[in-house]
Structure formats: C-alpha cells, structure tokens
Write a protein that binds this ligand. Sequence first.
Ligand code: ADP
Length: 360
Amino acid sequence: MNTIQLLVGDEGNRTAVRRLLEEHYEVDTDRTVRKADLYLVDDRTFPEYHTDLSERVEQSHPVFCPVVLVRREANDVQISLPNPNEREDPVLVDDIVDAPLDRNLLFRRLDTLLVRRRQSKDLMHYVSKLEKSNASLKQFAYAASHDLQEPLRMVSSYLQLIERRYGDALDDDGEEFLEYAVDGAERMRDMIEGLLEYSRVDTRGEMMETVDLNRVLEDAIANLQIKIEEYDATITSDSLPSVEGDGGQLRQLIQNLLSNAIEYSGEDPPRIHVSAERVGSEWQISVRDDGIGIDPDDQNRIFDVFQRLHNHDEHPGTGIGLALCQRIVDRHDGRIWVDSTVGEGSTFTFTLPVAADPGP
Ligand code: ADP
C-alpha cells in the first residue's frame, strides 16, 4: 500500500483530509518529513516544510517522489507557484489541487502520481540490473578473448615447430593436414583479436572531442591505399561535417565500411561514394557502393559478432567488422543500418548527433 505523508496543518482540516485518504492509502501525519511515496502539503504549511521536502525529493532522485499542494481559495498563496506557460527549472510541487477537495478528482490525481512513482522505481531497478549485467558481459568478453590468446600462441608455435622439424618426414596428406591446422589457428587468432578490439570499444575509448570527418575519411583512405590500388577502387565524397566523437573510433568505423565496400564489390572496379545529410538534430553519413548487395533476410544479422555471408575462401574476414561499427555507433548515441538490393549495391548509413552549438 502506498504511504502518503500529510503535511497539512489543523487550519487545513488535517483530520478531515486524513479521514478522506485513510480508506485508500496508508496515511502518516508525523510533523517531520519522513519516508513516503507522496507528500500532501497545503499552502500555509508549505514554506515551513519546503527545505525538508526539497532534501527528501533530492535524496530520492532519480526515483520520482511526488509532492501535491492543496491550495485554498480564501487564502493568499504564500509561495510562488510554477507558471504553466513558462519553462522553469524543476519545481518541488508536482500537482496542485484546490480546496474544497473533490474526492474523485483528488484520488485520480494522487493515483496518477503514484503510478508514475512506481514506474520510475521499476525503471531504476531495471537500469541498475542492466548496468550490472552489461559490466559483467564486458568483463567476460575481455577476459575470454585475452586469456584465450595464451593457449592459442602455444598451439601456433608448436605447429610451427612440427613444420620445421618434421616437415620433411610428412607425406602429402600430413602436409595438407598441417596446413589446415595452421590456417585454423591463424583464423582463430584473428577472431580473438577482433573480439578483444570489440570489447575495448567501451573500455579503451578516447575522450569525445570535435572531429572533422573529412580528415577522418582521408586517414581511412590512406590506411586502405594498398587495397584501393589492388581493386582499382574510386572513392568520392561530399563535404563532411565536424561532429563530437572519438576520432580513432570514427576512423575505424568509416574504414571498415569502405573496406567492405571494396571487398564485396563484385566483378567491376568498385565505385564508392561517401555522403552526409543533416536530418533534424542528427547527421546521416552514408557509404554507398555498387557491389554485390545483401539479401534482405541477412541485412540485420550482419551487424552481429562473427556473422558472415561468405566463407573464408571467397572473402577473407572474421565477421567482426560490422559488429565493431555497430558498437562504435552505439557509443556515439547513433544508429547504423543498411539499404541494399542484391546485384545493385549497398548503402550503409550511420547517424551521429549534430554537435551542440558552442554558443557565443
Ligand atoms: P567480414 O567482412 O570480416 O566478413 P563484416 O562484419 O565486416 O565482416 O561483414 C559481415 C558480412 O556482411 C560480410 O561477410 C559480407 O557478407 C556482408 N557485407 C558487409 N559489407 C558489405 C557490402 N558493402 N556489400 C555486400 N555485403 C557486405
């Protein structure tokens, strides 16, 4: 049952209000502000309780703790009440009811506020549970990938030793099996490194600062120079905005998208265009290619860890690139998605909030 603390004086008909409420709520009439789900105060007593109430509400932050003021017609209001037409700082009073109290109206208003309190409590509960499970997941991903490196190094180095020492003694089958084992170990190393990188997006991220995306694109293109030449790719771009972000991660994001656009280009030399459009309070940055495209059924899952649509022989890769993109965009409060038609090409778009105006 919800507890309402009644901070109404005798002049405010405390006994009558108490009786009115008692049937529906647990009523506390103590004179000092105590723990309750809602406070009912009247305009006479309000100045007296103001400081204690403010502290109490502040303490319960961020769980909503409602204060309702009873206003009596005959009396001059002794406090300044919020003006509904102006946006003000949060004020202590959440609702005002006029005396004489209309029973149904009063209950409806109190119940609405109590439901909001309940919801805000539930929300806080889930948020803290989520934070905990998120933290332990991060820890798990990091520990797993980090600790797997050591045994894998052992496998790799002993495979190399076998190759060096007994390579000559192996027949064709033996050589082939060894090759597969080495290849498997290498791929596993790449995947573990990818996972580590993935788990570090949040833990090892740099500070957010103003980043010029034109520079970021230049750096990404410079890093891909060899691949661009190998595929004879052409990359064009609009003028891009500056945003608030982690420069290194944004470079990684754009580089992954460009690298995929080149990798999955099909037969012809890839032509890729990077564009930027402002939509409301966000930038939409798109990387468009004219490559092989992606089946609609696969367009969501490619953003998951290790999800690939091709085997290793067709296209090398670990399937972590787009998951990393997703994670980086998440950290920047954005979204990422793909529009694509098989055989015609794909456009990967991600959003970033428009940088706040630094003001005069
Ligand atoms: P990887 O490229 O290492 O396999 P990604 O996470 O970067 O991993 O991509 C996942 C899958 O999504 C790829 O295996 C590929 O099948 C598909 N994909 C990504 N980008 C494109 C693109 N531009 N065009 C077509 N398919 C793509």
